[in-house]
Write a protein that binds this ligand. Structure first.
Ligand SMILES: *Cc1c(COP(=O)(O)O)cnc(C)c1O
Length: 431
């Protein structure tokens, strides 16, 4: 679409918006002030539906007290399972394989407690040097807990010179001593989408358990986790899923592992129908729910229900298609308007749309931080990742082609006027 008729005018952006089959979804979201919001990969926005969902549960608490557990409109006691069911088709999971629970890193710990099971020569974990640091911290913790030195037993696949991770190189690292590999679906910095199917197949050939952190793809890239045979996955609810800051996260557990034992155990993982027997002998629910630990955060889980309904209404395939079109459009504008001096921007994300997630890494060798700050002073919300990446995430349910056009024009102005030179060196950890 974009490549044939592309031109860099505002009118062209507006034509694309007028033809956008998802355009009506934007009005469901609260856009903060008059901002151009291109940061949905860090924190998705609040939808009217999500807000209503939260207020409904708040009112149930007010009017029913403890009665809400069984008598809420969506009884709180089954909320984690129900939201898991809504989520399942978005990642290609079967019923029972997805549960909404905990938080991202806590879920990773819960899964590792089962799946990092070193035996004999198989003791090593493979990850990569570009994954989100929290994932690596958790892996190191599990190695130490089992008495293994992470320096010997955690192997990180090195990045290529352009900052990407090569699938071929990942496969080289899947050796006989490896028991578990953990990788992201989409890289949080450069937006690269891994070929999960190829990696899963290769891992299984070597008897390696494969897990994915899908935080940067859930809700914007459809997955086929069960069909691919992925062993486990987890992801947060507050990025493209728009569940709200710090809302509960998700666990995917392939059904062939339902009989395995959770080791970070707690009473919410007990067999659902017998949880209130209060037996001292733990017996886990034989599905992903068995990996829950404690009472769910009902209030922060509440917005997810209707936020997910909205995504299901739009359709994950349609969301993916718009996402690819938005990022393709962004890349075309950068190539046309911002690639030559004095602009000097370049794209740090794979140019093949099938090989990227929902965001673009816009790179510039100098002054990228100050430029991101200048954008912010113009109410254009992106973020900066050291040393030279401005991340731009046009979340398909509420972002327009025109938003991207405005951002590109603003970047041009910021460079033309050199106003970024007046931005103070930031000491804030996040933009
Ligand atoms: C956002 C994100 C997380 C977040 O972890 P929390 O435990 O929710 O703070 C973890 N991993 C990846 C890859 C992420 O993108």
């Amino acid at each position: 679409m974009v490549s044939t008729a592309f031109n860099p005018s505002l009118e062209f952006a507006q034509i694309l918006d007028s033809k956008d089959p998802l355009q009506q979804f934007r009005q469901h979201f609260s856009l903060p002030g008059k901002t151009i919001y291109l940061n949905g990969n860090s924190l998705g926005l609040c939808s009217r539906e999500g807000e209503a969902s939260l207020l409904r549960v708040l009112n149930e608490w007010k009017s029913m007290g403890i009665g809400g557990w069984l008598n809420g409109d969506q009884p709180w006691f089954w909320m984690a399972e129900e939201i898991g069911k809504l989520m399942a088709p978005l990642v290609g999971a079967r019923s029972g394989e997805v549960i909404c629970t905990g938080t991202t890193t806590v879920n990773q710990h819960a899964l590792l407690s089962t799946f990092y099971a070193p035996s004999g020569k198989k003791t090593k974990i493979v990850a990569d040097e570009k994954n989100f640091p929290s994932d690596i911290y958790a892996l190191k913790g599990h190695l130490k807990m089992r008495g293994y030195d992470p320096a010997q037993h955690l192997t990180l696949v090195p990045a290529e010179p352009d900052g990407s991770i090569s699938e071929k190189r990942i496969l080289e690292y899947l050796t006989e001593e490896v028991i578990l590999a953990l990788l992201p679906s989409v890289y949080f910095r450069n937006g690269q989408l891994l070929d999960m199917e190829r990696i899963t197949e290769a891992a299984h050939k070597k008897g390696i358990i494969i897990g994915f952190d899908c935080s940067h793809s859930a809700g914007v890239v459809p997955h086929a986790l069960s069909e691919m045979g992925v062993d486990f996955a987890y992801w947060c609810g507050y990025k493209y899923l728009n569940g709200g800051p710090g809302c509960p996260a998700f666990i995917y557990l392939n059904e062939r592992h339902f009989g395995k034992e959770p080791m970070m155990t707690g009473w919410f993982g007990f067999q659902k129908e017998r949880q209130f027997d209060m037996s001292l002998d733990f017996s886990h629910q034989r599905d992903a729910g068995g990996w829950q630990i404690s009472t769910p955060s009902v209030l922060s889980m509440a917005p997810l229900k209707d936020a997910l309904d909205l995504i299901l209404q739009a359709g994950i395939e349609q969301i993916r298609e718009k996402s690819m079109n938005l990022t393709t459009y962004l890349i075309a504008l950068v190539d046309t308007l911002l690639s030559e001096p004095p602009y000097d921007f370049y794209i740090g994300t794979p140019t093949d749309p099938e090989k990227r997630g929902g965001h673009i890494a816009l790179r510039r060798k100098t002054d990228a931080r100050q430029i991101a700050q200048s954008l912010k002073s113009k109410n254009i919300i992106t973020d900066f990742r050291s040393p030279d990446i401005i991340r731009v995430a046009p979340s398909p349910l509420y972002c327009r082609y025109e938003d991207i056009w405005i951002m590109i024009q603003s970047l041009k102005e910021i460079i033309d006027s050199r106003e970024y030179e007046n931005q103070p060196e930031s000491t804030m950890p996040i933009s």
